[in-house]
Design a protein around this ligand. Sequence first.
Ligand SMILES: Cc1cc2nc3c(=O)[nH]c(=O)nc-3n(C[C@H](O)[C@H](O)[C@H](O)COP(=O)(O)O)c2cc1C
Length: 333
Amino acid sequence: MDQQEWTRVVEAATRAPSIHNTQPWSFTADGDRLVVRTDPSRALHALDRSGRQRIVSCGVAVEFAAVALAAAGADVDLELLPDPADPDVLAAVTVTGRREPDERARTLDSAIAARHTERAPFLSRAVPGEVVDRLQATAGDLRVWFKPITESEEEVATAFLVSRAEEIEQREPEYLAELQQWMRTDPAAVDGIPVDAVPAGDPSTRPSNWLVRDFVVGSRSADRPAGSDLDPDAPPPPVERPTVVLMGTDGDDREAWLTAGRALGRVLLEATAAGLAASPLTQALDWPATRTQLRSRLRLVGYPQMLLRLGYPSGDRTPPTNRRPVSDVLTFG
Ligand SMILES: Cc1cc2nc3c(=O)[nH]c(=O)nc-3n(C[C@H](O)[C@H](O)[C@H](O)COP(=O)(O)O)c2cc1C
């Protein structure tokens, strides 16, 4: 593999979603081997004390690299946590041979550039059962469970815990300071969350049973009461009913987090290829208390790693979010 080929692979890897778009990764390419590390200097100490969501984010980047390599016709050997002395070395991907790239790999590879987190309301059209089944099988291939939240009791409990966690977060000064630190008003910013990528309105006034994360809490104008821009005579807007799925693993260590990230990466690409959009709703998983309550209320065997909202995007799509240049994150050995 030459430097240009590795640059293309890392370009794809860095399109991975990451918590608050922190892009907590770095890459070293040496011959036919790519080593993926997590960059602890980009950790979120308030929201993600254990580093779980940082490692999940890196797991998606590992999977996107593998997909880009498969689309380029490379056979790869993927080793997770290859250096027992250094847990920040998350994966080593070695090219072991060449073959004809298959159509599926190419489709998933094109989905890397097309995917982005879509927080705007989805169309009311339901996601077909066979698509949900396909996504479930995709996660299952990596032994990651994928549980659609369909029963009303489970939906009420999960939506309640998401709202409860959002409330906790809105009262946590450290969390709010960190959020502020990663919000970006400059559209050219290369990391963090651009204000244009988050809904302008207060998420709690949205006609949906699921509360998306409020990124502008504290900075929204207090003298504009919620819903004041709505026409009182207009018919009520349609209630959004996205498909919400919980993904999880049997264990809860770095390997499990990385694997959950890989499965999330595959699920997001399959979903994008099927015309769907997604946004994580991870507030309830940020806090040990709400995460534990979710386990017990849903009688989960194992550990929830990702709550994902899926649906068909409406016309006004959120703009994509920037990444740091590959030269900032890739070194050659
Ligand atoms: C582990 C993880 C947790 C996330 N949690 C949330 C969340 O709770 N709410 C949200 O709106 N986006 C969430 N995101 C999405 C990121 O904010 C998003 O990936 C990042 O800003 C980059 O944007 P993009 O996905 O559009 O490329 C999460 C992403 C990851 C990987």
